[in-house]
Design a protein around this ligand. Sequence first.
Ligand SMILES: Nc1ncnc2c1ncn2[C@@H]1O[C@H](COP(=O)(O)OP(=O)(O)OP(=O)(O)O)[C@@H](O)[C@H]1O
Length: 462
Amino acid sequence: MNLTQIWQAALGAIQLQTSRQDYETWLRGTTLLALDGGLATVGTTSTFHKEGLENRFMAPVRRSLGDVVGYPVQVRVVIANGTANRIENYGPLLELASNSEESESSDRAVQLDLSSAMRTGMLNPKYTFSRFIVGSSNRLAHAACLAVADNPGQHYNPLFLYGGVGLGKTHLLHAIGNYVLDRDPEINVLYVSSEKFTNDMINAIRRQQTEEFRMRYRNIDVLLVDDIQFIAGKEGTQEEFFHTFNTLHSAAKHIVISSDKPPKAIPTLEERLRSRFEWGLIADIQPPDLETRTAILRTKGEQMNVEIPNEVIDFLAHKVQSNIRELEGSLNRVAAFAEQHGLPINVEVATSALADLLGSARRRRITPDQVILAVSEHFGVDLRILQGRGRSRNIVVPRQVAMYLLREETECSLVDIGKLLGGRDHTTVMYGCDKISEEINTDNRLRNEVLSIRERLYNQAA
Ligand SMILES: Nc1ncnc2c1ncn2[C@@H]1O[C@H](COP(=O)(O)OP(=O)(O)OP(=O)(O)O)[C@@H](O)[C@H]1O
């Protein structure tokens, strides 16, 4: 076995003993760099991750590695950049991303000279690359946007960004526009939401100005379209956008599109548009990890010129996990609350300022029994059958949904889940979790079932 294979095998064993969140945060981006005379060198991405691994995971890492190689090993952790496999596949992009000094200085220029933003009339001068914190959740999207901004019309055309609410899609679209204009004010950049595109088109038809509308949209060098999912189901808009897309693309003009889901998962999107959206590069933005949330809070605090103690940053970063807009909002709220009441910023004050938000976070303390019961009631499947050995078809999906929700909503490991659901093997559990997690992207009915069980769980625990 080579180092990668040894590490994959060891990680597989560690994954069984840790919660999903811990695995994703501390172990996923690591690599085995060397194994020499019983000393294993494990690479991770930051001091923060190194300390986390050393403090919490040395025993399982040593044990699992020892089991794989068949002799006892000592482990040391080092910081090695670019360890995540997914990222290594994008070497040229990363080079650009790490070499972004130039973009930072030009971003500063954009902030000082607001005139370029005024000229376009719609770019937010604060949404620049230098104000965008990069972490494992958005590294690919950021690197791809920087590559496009550096050479519009060249690679990754179209660039399709997708991700959940408040994760930075709009910020990145504006950052491309700001960067491009800062370098060359003559370039014709247009940022538009798909709703605005639709309204412009409807107005043009009403006023019999469709030629002007087409001229406007088809003479652009860099077209940035936000929230394309709203175009779904609107046949006339899709038709018009299809022609706009073709005209721009064939003239080597750049198109960057954002959406809350990948092209395949946008319902009622015409096939010819879907396939075009897949021509270039599709990059996702995931919810930020703890390290990125911490960095965002630190930077926002500095930008607000307010000193935020580390324990408050840590507190907020743990409480608000899935939406950067909410993360920023919580920081603003704490600062405003402290100022309003003449109090210092500390964890106690933050707890008071965010009382309602923390109420909703408490809801998330869900037990495995609650999950199994909620799934059983939702699908009308007897608890004993759900937790039994039977494999009839009508049980398989509810049981896989239970596996998925136990993995997502509780601290259960794959092995624990297997025990709860009829003494199943961890690979069966992993297969079930992966299957549901993929299918809810494309199967609306299943997604709604999972959402409604989740809602029931959150309401119960509130
Ligand atoms: N990586 C980041 N670094 C710094 N700030 C960020 C980052 N990601 C998002 N933000 C900030 O979070 C807020 C929400 O981001 P944005 O509006 O770009 O999200 P979005 O993905 O477009 O959301 P929506 O789906 O609601 O349109 C903005 O103020 C943005 O500046």
